[in-house]
Design a protein. Sequence first.
Lengths: 105, 393
Amino acid sequence: MSDASTHAVRVELPYHLRNLAGVGEEVVLTLAAPVTLATVLDALESRYPMLRGTIRDHGTLQRRPFLRFFACAHDLSHQPPDTPLPPAVTEGKEPLIVLGAIAGG
Amino acid sequence: MSSVRVLVGTRKGAFILTADGKRKDWTVSGPFFAGWEIYHMKGSPVDPNCIYASQTSGWFGQILQKSEDGGKTWHQPGLKPGEPEMPAFPGKAPNRFEYDTSNATGNPLTTHQWYDGSQHPWEFKRVWHLEPSLTEAATVYAGVEDAALFRSTDGGQSWQELSGLRGHGTGPHWQPGAGGMCLHTVILDPSNPKRIFIAISAAGAFRTDDGGETWKPINRGLYSKYIPDPNAETGHCVHHIAMHPDRPNTLFMQKHWDIMRTDNAGDQWEKVSGNLPTDFGFVIDVHAHEPETIYVVPIKSDSEHFPLDGALRVYRSRTGGHEWEPLTKGLPQENCYVNVLRDAMAVDRLDDCGLYFGTTGGQVYASADAGNTWAPIVRDLPAVLSVEVQTLP
């Protein structure tokens, strides 16, 4: 946590999205509470607008089917987007992992 | 001295092949966007250094890329090169292709026929074809899956659907081919800025004469055994259409089966397959300087997507169809089982017209003498999805 009112949240991106955004494996986003999947993705897309539409649909904001959200060894992909993320993510101890499904050639 | 730039989209990235006007020594650059499917790249006739690319992925969806320096550097329109962290651009996104359902300009999001015969709502999947305007540097069209035509007038920063096409009354009868329900061909009439031709698999060909507001099917004369009424107004699996800019009313079509031509802008088509050994195929193109000289690459059948007898042959007709000659010199004549996909052939505009086509085996073949002789200019790319050529001064 950066200070009392903001959180430094780590997000790990898959290879192709790192290249698209021009970043390394992990980015750190500073955002205010509540820290949820939706607020983290909002902050991610605001800072890296080239990622809009690549993780979730522009209009519906639904997760793209071949992507998953993992954190603290749990699959959060099917949780409602306004569910608070685990404290370890909120506190910056663990990353929120955006993961591409293993498939294809 | 003139030069050529060949834009190659593949299953795993984009490549740019360049040569001087002799077209003997080639430089290959790429892969750009490595690991992504590049369905199509095309340069602007107004500003040849402005090139658009459709970058897609089953995982991450659609990305639209643009180069303003002839393909050396790329960026998503609206995001300046070297400034990846610029503030968000409210209301705009270069990869947002949203069907227009507004009351003012759009059409309700209707349904089309699904593989099982049920009705299915339109869903955007990817951009198949990008067609920059012939006259406006910032205007570009995008043919997409599920079939619709979009236009950008701000250099690709934002897109608006020309919804009159999707809203055509026959829409509920359109259905996807095996490759999806894609709008893959966009031809702008150089003599009439209001006229656009498009083709959809498997709905057929359509034309607008009012800049995209209203559309009419132009499929009369097409005959397709695989639809209940072989002469139906729509439902034909058009694979590609080509036009010579000096004869905008004459179009040549490679349908699923059959080579067709029209001389009245699609109002009536005539079969011109003639003596071809098979008239299944995907590509068709027209010689740059001879409007009655056309090229196809026959493929054995819709069940066997490779050349007949394992011999890769381009066929040329100098009579606008009916009479065809095989062009084999320099092409593999045994054990060749590649395909040539619908947007993977192009011509340059040098005095001695050059032809280019790419294969699913990763070869790009070129001819600098109108098809008489061929040579691979690159051999081992990923499967080639599209080939476009720019002739540069």
